[in-house]
Design a protein. Structure first.
Length: 302
């Protein structure tokens, strides 16, 4: 018997590396969408295992809404510089001005829908034929409908009823001119898998994933970090609490969870005990409707 123990994390890692190499082999201009969040950081770590000592066969690309957490942006730049890979940043603010787009109004005015325009423009600018991202099937029910190689039409749109079968880890990346494939190497992972993998590989993360004290707005049982991007009304409850983030989106649409988990072991224990998905507990934008995520994805959202 081999002295090496091949566990479920090895299986997930092996599958993800296989997917990365399939992307490199099947596409001419792929890109890795990188936000500085834990899932995209995990993708970068997997890409290092897939391609080092060579360079990545794709750039890192961030669609910056302008509402990001400063900690995530600082980590994004730090990691790109550390590994010596190209980072392309395109700003939603520039798209709003260029196209005369109307921003959402209200207390938590999000640019999530508008970043689709910037993403599609960026794909067109660089002629990307595949975009790799960190979506997982356990995040949200619309994510669970999508294949690992998810084809988008020439308008960037996704049709959940027209998807290719994926049998025996065989991925079909053949597309027509103008079409695009979104690729999800960790689609079969769960939030707990990601954290166990981070622990095993000692992967560095932004500080906001760990317990810290922050000023938050208490609103409808959620804790939203105060910032220039949200509207504080008379009578709103602003408090300082010890919190952490399970997922890192925009400051306008991502709530914190009250927590004292300051280590990976503490976080893993919390995740095991919780009965709510990370997006279900913390993403304000997913509460717009039952099909909020699916509607955005059909229009070109990642």
């Amino acid at each position: 018997m081999s002295k090496y123990h091949f566990d479920y994390l090895d299986n997930l890692e092996s599958e993800a590396i296989h997917i990365f190499r399939e992307v490199a082999g099947q596409f001419e201009r792929p890109a890795l969408l990188f936000s500085g969040g834990k899932d995209s950081i995990t993708l970068v770590h997997l890409a290092l295992k897939a391609f080092r000592p060579g360079k990545f066969p794709f750039p890192l690309v961030h669609i910056d809404t302008g509402h990001n957490f400063p900690e995530a942006l600082a980590f994004r730049d730090h990691l790109a510089e550390k590994i010596g890979e190209k980072l392309i940043v395109r700003n939603v603010e520039d798209t709003i001005k260029a196209k005369g787009l109307t921003e959402q109004k209200g207390k938590f005015a999000s640019r999530n829908a508008l970043q689709t325009f910037t993403l599609l423009d960026t794909i067109e600018e660089f002629k990307f034929d595949a975009c790799i991202g960190g979506a997982r099937r356990d995040e949200e029910k619309a994510r669970a409908k999508e294949r690992i190689f998810s084809v988008r039409d020439e308008f960037g749109q996704w049709d959940p009823k027209l998807q290719r079968p994926e049998l025996w880890n065989t991925y079909n990346g053949k597309i027509h001119k103008g079409e695009n494939v979104r690729v999800f190497p960790i689609s079969n992972w769960t939030e707990l898998d990601v954290w166990n993998y981070i622990r095993r590989n000692n992967i560095e993360l932004p500080s906001i994933y760990y317990a810290h004290e922050r000023e938050v707005l208490e609103y409808e049982n959620q804790l939203v970090a105060t910032s220039e991007f949200i509207r504080v009304d008379p009578g709103d409850s602003i408090v300082r609490k010890t919190v952490r983030y399970r997922t890192v989106g925009d400051m306008t649409c991502t709530a914190a969870v009250e927590s004292n988990a300051s280590t990976i072991e503490d976080i893993i224990s919390e995740i095991i005990a919780t009965k709510t998905s990370e997006r279900g507990e913390t993403r304000i934008d997913d509460r717009v409707s039952e099909a909020a995520m699916e509607d955005r994805k059909k229009n070109g959202y990642f």
